[in-house]
Structures are given as structure tokens and as C-alpha cells.
Ligand binder design. Structure first.
Ligand SMILES: [Fe+2]
Length: 205
């Protein structure tokens, strides 16, 4: 029985967009498990817990998206091979570097946010307020999580970029004083571990 008051044709674009979001979420979920297991370094405890909180939240949303598709009298994509085939979120390699993981999660969020907007647009056109309301809630929530991850990662230059910049400029440095001023600038703009890596780089050079 069609209890929706919407025709199957009207909801077909919404279902397609929801299945896209589902595939994206499944790969994002596995990326977070990967990060939770493999993160190393001084931020281990904070990020190990944070990635767990994120994948636990993703798991709930995955279930709600799939069940919304069923509510719309359609079938959710249900196999791992289909998710990998359709996902626009890329599957992450095994990595251990904390900052790289956070930046990858942020990239994944960008894709998810785009997919959510597509669902909202399709559902809005079909007069499907239930889907609009559900996914709008997901969207605001993910945007807030992205702000937090972005605040953690900061907007500072990556040490490698600075190293490349310094290695170019070293030839132009005329005296020790100028080099020290530059080092001071990088010291204040980097986390301690980045500064140490940078000093190591200079010593090697
Ligand atoms: Fe665990």
C-alpha cells in the first residue's frame, strides 16, 4: 500500500540521491574505523576516541538513511561491492599520521555534505518533507563536526610547505639574524613537533 501520498515517480530522484549518500557514508564509516585503529603519536588518545565517536554516529545515520529508503517503498543499496562501486568518498589507505587522517575526514565530509544537499534538493522538489527534515538535521550536524575537525587541524601551513619555502630562501639569507627571525616565525606558527621536524631538516641540510 502506498501510504506516502507521493507517487513512485516523484520519489525516484530522492531514492537515487539517498542511495548515493548511503554508499558515501559506508566508505566514510570504514575510513573512520581505519583511522581509529591505526592512529599513532602524541594525539593518539584524543583522536582514537574522536574517530570512535564519529563512526558510532555514522553507523546510526547509515541505518536511518537505509530505512528512509525503505519507508519510501524502495530498496537500499546493501552490498559492499555496490558501495565501493558507487561511493564518491574515496576509500583510504592505511595511514598512521594524525593530521593526514583529520584532513582526509574533512575531505570526506565535503563529499557527504554535497550528497546531502542533493538529497534535500530532490526531496524538496517531490514535496517529501520527511526526508528534507531528516537529512537537514544530518547536514547541520556534519557541518558542526567539520568545524571542530577544522579547528583541530588549523589553517597553518604544512611543515613540508614551509621547509620547501625555507630551502628556497636559505640562499637569499644574508646573515644569521635574518635566519633566526624566520625560524622564530615558524616556531610560533607550528606545533612543537612540526618545529622539531623543521629543525631536523635544517640540520640535515
Ligand atoms: Fe575500538
Amino acid at each position: 500500500m502506498n501510504y506516502l501520498g507521493l507517487s513512485k515517480k516523484e520519489v525516484s530522484s530522492t531514492v537515487k540521491a539517498l542511495n548515493q549518500l548511503l554508499a558515501d557514508y559506508q566508505v566514510y564509516y570504514q575510513n573512520l574505523r581505519n583511522f581509529h585503529w591505526n592512529v599513532e603519536g602524541e594525539n593518539f588518545f584524543a583522536l582514537h576516541a574522536q574517530f570512535q565517536a564519529l563512526y558510532t554516529d555514522a553507523r546510526t545515520k547509515i541505518d536511518e538513511i537505509a530505512e528512509r529508503i525503505l519507508t519510501l517503498l524502495s530498496r537500499p543499496m546493501s552490498t559492499l561491492s555496490d558501495y565501493l562501486k558507487h561511493s564518491r568518498v574515496e576509500e583510504s589507505d592505511t595511514m598512521t599520521e594524525d593530521r593526514k587522517m583529520v584532513l582526509t575526514a574533512l575531505e570526506n565530509h565535503k563529499v557527504l555534505i554535497e550528497s546531502m544537499r542533493e538529497v534535500i534538493e530532490a526531496a524538496d522538489k517531490a514535496g517529501d518533507e520527511g526526508t528534507v527534515e531528516m537529512v537537514s538535521g544530518f547536514l547541520a550536524n556534519l557541518e558542526k563536526k567539520s568545524w571542530m575537525l577544522n579547528a583541530w587541524a588549523g589553517t597553518k601551513a604544512h611543515p613540508q610547505q614551509a621547509m620547501a619555502c625555507i630551502s628556497l630562501k636559505r640562499n637569499e639569507v644574508e646573515n644569521k639574524q635574518r635566519l633566526e627571525t624566520m625560524l622564530q616565525f615558524f616556531f610560533w606558527n607550528f606545533r612543537k613537533s612540526d618545529y622539531q621536524a623543521f629543525i631536523g631538516f635544517l640540520t640535515v641540510k
